[in-house]
Design a protein around this ligand. Structure first.
Ligand code: ADP
Length: 463
């Protein structure tokens, strides 16, 4: 249990020191942003991450626990203690780990620190997919057909709901995440078995058996909208990203803007997202995720945090999203209007993972040698260096390669060159797969949906 928290403490908005409650590339990214804003940083690490370079350049660097994330990066008490000991005024959760944990957000603020993210109530509303859907419908955001209510227990009522939606349907856990707790039901005969299995899975994985049902879209693209909101009621959307290139619901390549979707088609959806933020009193950065099929957008969920793929939006909007996020947390009003927003050129991001490109098994070990690409319009977000030991304990993301060029074809060519110039020796990476993907005709034409990568992987010979 947490030690008694001081309920009387109120967050100090004018903080000058930020504790970064994360690791890897995003910890390095946040640290850079803090330094640029003249803020001091506190880096934390597990025993497996003592080598982190961002730790050496932070004002304080504390090891808060063993390699096991449950005892370090997810250890709320240890993080709060580190913040107290170092005089931090704010905590940036990054992505993953505690970033979408409403209880952590609450504990941070009750202890008198600023949580660089939305209020706990926003995290809780959006963390429950049914309440999120309800809030989106109220704000006029288009959602996947299906009731914004949990499934009843009675089999006849469930069958009726499925028939009204029309098969195929998808059963989803209200508290689900990470691509788990979902089951597609192609026809009526498998409905009840699917419900029983998903309920049990949801109970075990998310501690809640609550399910809901919606239409299963067969060939959608994954399109998402980045928003930025201050505490004075201003909200803007910064454009859209296409993240359809996924394997097992994990994004591999992202781009902005989404190819083939006109500004006129996306504008009303972006405006509705900004309006939804105003209605729920959202603060900070967030992402509305949509499925896009036959010219229509369908909301699936909101991520109430910074996302891995935020750089492609930074490249096309010219806005440093992490700077903006920190300024908003300091109580500053947004210094941009929706009409000032621009989407210039085209950007791609490749996630370089320490994994076997054929089996996808994680690859740990020492990076014997490293060559990273350079040049105009090329950005690499990473925490690795030659001699760095990639540990087996965490996500396999070791670097993000980002490019920007005036048009999509040029950005693709730039990415091809950048991938060719990237060398990571000593461990296996997915670089061969990324290089092959950027030669693929369907991807080059911008005609991929969320199933494309998995089908492509099945068809292609091992590298
Ligand atoms: P999670 O929170 O687990 O990431 P999401 O609701 O974001 O769950 O869905 C993850 C992925 O599952 C989507 O990117 C999409 O590939 C698929 N998916 C979710 N809902 C639907 C749907 N209604 N139709 C088709 N695919 C869906």
């Amino acid at each position: 249990m947490a030690e008694p928290l001081d309920n009387t403490a109120s967050p100090k908005q004018g903080f000058d020191t930020v504790l970064i409650a994360n690791r890897g590339e995003i910890a390095a990214r946040i640290q850079r942003a803090c330094s640029e804003l003249g803020l001091k940083t506190v880096a934390i690490c597990s025993e497996a991450d003592r080598q982190a370079l961002y730790g050496k350049t932070a004002e304080s660097f504390l090891c808060i626990g063993p390699a096991n994330a449950a005892k370090s990066y997810l250890n709320q008490d240890a993080i709060l203690l580190a913040a107290r000991l170092t005089g931090a005024g704010a905590i940036h959760p990054g992505y993953g780990f505690l970033s979408e944990n409403a209880a952590f957000c609450e504990a941070v603020e009750r202890a008198g620190f600023v949580f660089i993210g939305p209020e706990a109530s926003s995290i809780a509303t959006m963390g429950d997919k049914i309440s999120a859907k309800r809030a989106m419908i109220a704000a006029g955001v288009p959602c996947v057909p299906g009731p914004d209510a949990s499934l009843p227990d009675d089999p006849a009522s469930i069958e009726r709901i499925a028939q009204e939606i029309g098969y195929p349907v998808i059963i989803k856990a209200a508290g689900g995440g990470g691509g788990r707790g979902m089951r597609v039901v192609p026809e009526a005969c498998s409905l009840h078995e699917a419900i029983t299995l998903t309920r049990e899975e949801a109970r075990q994985a998310f501690g809640s058996p609550v399910l809901y049902m919606e239409k299963y879209l067969q060939h959608p693209r994954h399109i998402e909208i980045q928003v930025l909101c201050d505490t004075q009621g201003n909200a803007v959307w910064l454009g859209q990203r296409d993240c359809s290139m996924q394997r097992r619901h994990q994004k591999v390549v992202e781009e902005a803007p989404a190819p083939g979707i006109s500004p006129d088609a996306i504008r009303p959806v972006g405006m509705a997202c900004a309006e939804a933020c105003r209605q729920i009193g959202y603060r900070g950065v967030g992402t509305f995720e949509f499925l896009y099929e036959n010219g229509a957008f369908y909301f699936i969920e909101m991520n109430t945090r910074l996302q891995v793929e935020h750089p492609v939006t930074e490249m096309t909007s010219g806005i440093d999203i992490v700077h903006a996020q920190i300024r908003v947390a300091q109580g500053e009003p947004l210094d941009l209007l929706q009409d000032d927003m621009r989407c210039e050129g085209h950007s791609f991001e490749c996630r370089i993972n320490a994994e076997n490109p054929d089996s996808f098994l994680p690859s740990a070990g020492i990076i014997a040698d490293l060559a990273l690409p350079e040049g105009p319009g090329i950005r690499v977000d990473t925490h690795i260096h030659a001699g760095y030991r990639v540990s087996p304990y965490y996500d396999s993301l070791i670097a993000k390669l980002i490019v920007h060029a005036p048009i999509r074809a040029e950005a693709m060519a730039k990415m091809r060159e950048a991938l060719a110039a990237t060398r990571v020796e000593g461990i296996a990476t997915n670089l061969p797969l990324l290089r092959a993907l950027f030669e693929d005709e369907t991807f080059i034409r911008g005609e991929t949906d969320i199933h494309y990568l998995e089908q492509w992987l099945k068809q292609r010979r091992p590298t």
